[in-house]
Design a protein around this ligand. Sequence first.
Ligand code: PLP
Length: 401
Amino acid sequence: MSCPYRKGIDMNTKEVIAQYDKFVMKTYGRIPCVIVKGKGLKVWDLDGKEYLDFFPGWAVSGLGHCHPKVASAVRNYLKKIIHVPNNYYNMLQGKLAEKIIENSFEGKVFFCNSGAEANEGAIKLARSYGNSTGGRYEIITMENAFHGRTLATITATGQQKYLQGFEPLPAGFKKAAFNNIKAVENAITDKTAAIMIEPIQGEGGINVAGDDYIKQLRELCDKKDLILIFDEVQTGIGRTGKMFGFQHYGIAPDVMTLAKSLGGGLPIGAMAAGKKFADILKPGMHASTFGGSPIVCSAALAVFEAIQKEKLLPNTVRMGKYLVEKLEELKKKKSIIKEVRGKGLMIGVELTIPGKEIVEKCLQEGLMINCTHDKVLRIMPGMIVTKKQIDKAVGILNKVM
Ligand SMILES: *Cc1c(COP(=O)(O)O)cnc(C)c1O
């Protein structure tokens, strides 16, 4: 049971927290648990306690922690070179772009470091296209969306709790109710350039976009020459049982943004644009110093390889079904469960009560999950999850509830 990685540990939990308190900005409400080691779905804290991680970093460690293919790809490349500036070429950026395009839609990719930065890129691309085709710059986003924490992306997110105190905000963002095509139609003006949406809202409470709604959005964008942007920062890279969330709908967006799972734990973001929009951003119009460095690209290439070789997409579908079945059984016993929803291994359990206490008690019992939107438990284990691990996690939930 004890932590298998004690070497080099020179502080206790109290001391680590005290050091944060003194030197790290308090921008997060942190759980008093210092994580020192992860392997697969297991995580250990500084006191040697073991946890089952069913919420690996907002989906960042989508293949589980320290996937051996990712770790060895990075280790090998570290021996060669760490950073190559973007005024030169490196061996892996083109390979990774090809991999993303091969698995999504014809087009080209821009690399950056995070989800917010990928969305910023998408917003700039949309404005550039809109402005060059009749002075259009407005972007319609959805209620309860989440697109990141930069000024433009909090404005795109549009929820008061993220905006408060940061005014004035960039102009040109409009809101429409999610899953409501009429609301989008009403928000369109002759200044509209793009519509931006998460196929499944993550932070917003695991809200799945309807089939017809997405098809209608696609038609609307085609008819009015608007760019359809899918924020797949959370849904992308297998999370929903398909490589990308849009693939559930039989359409393709014009622009797709990625981050979280893409680097198997390393920081990488990407924006892919379809053929028609792939050359809108020209030399000098957009950049990111670290974007697409060989180290993060080696990790992301290993992620694609692992998903394919280890057949993780079918596992995600199978385990997702099993997890939903088990949670539906739990729902029959527990009146505080209102609804179980999601796709693949992106599952929300809506409660009739706030979920904070349940998350805390699960942690005490050795299970990491999350609660979003006050009442929605978010359960998103890595794609390598097994039935046994699901049984254990649902067992803990049962006990705690
Ligand atoms: C997490 C997230 C972002 C922001 O990504 P960062 O890497 O934190 O900037 C954007 N969109 C969605 C849907 C996300 O889940």
